[in-house]
Design a protein. Sequence first.
Length: 258
Amino acid sequence: MDPRRWRLDGQLALVTGGSAGIGRAIARELLGFGADVLLAARDAAGLDAARTELLEDFPEREVQCFAADVGIEEQRRELLDWVEDFGEGLHVLVNNAGMNIGKASTDYGDAEWREIFEVNLFSAFELSRYLHPLLTRHAASSIVNVGSVSGLTHVRTGAPYGMSKAALHQLTRNLAVEWAGDGIRVNAVAPWYIRTRRTSGKLADPDYLDEVLLRTPMGRVGEPEEVAAAVAFLCLPAAGYVTGECIAVDGGFLRYGF
């Protein structure tokens, strides 16, 4: 077995939404496989804290940060310019940035549901297109989109979130086919409830938590590191014949029956 198939040494990865939760866990996983990592998120202080923590654990790796709201077109362009300045191209793009406002469908204001789409979907489409020239500088590169089980079945997120994630999964399939000849693999992961700051409020309700666990065959909430492991696998040379896939990280939720 060639151990390089299970390494990312010499590769450069960009992770959006990388200041906390799943994004920070993905950055840590990629660093552990030998990649250097660029982090982008809205929270500048959170990015600084993430960079400090990650460099303490991986002092031999490179970790750089850029504060940007990828839901805003101008800031997506600024992020592109920043990545281009590294002059090495890009091996891995992880479109992890996401947000939600949970409401009944008739209660959304136009600005609210449009923001969900800008952050969850349009940012991934635009960044993937913008970064395509950098990704094609290498013989093999990878995009991983962080979707959701809400893009595959109904959960109580509100319709716009589920719609945006379903479209993100379809974007994954389309780009996988369109860019296969460019040496770019495009895959996705679809988490169920993962223990993060964003989910902590709902999971703090014991009745709600009981409902979640009853629908989860493995009987527990997932951890950010478990999503990160699936993302990292999809980036590895060992997954070089995998493209257009969506891996559910859900403890069996989507397979639940009676």
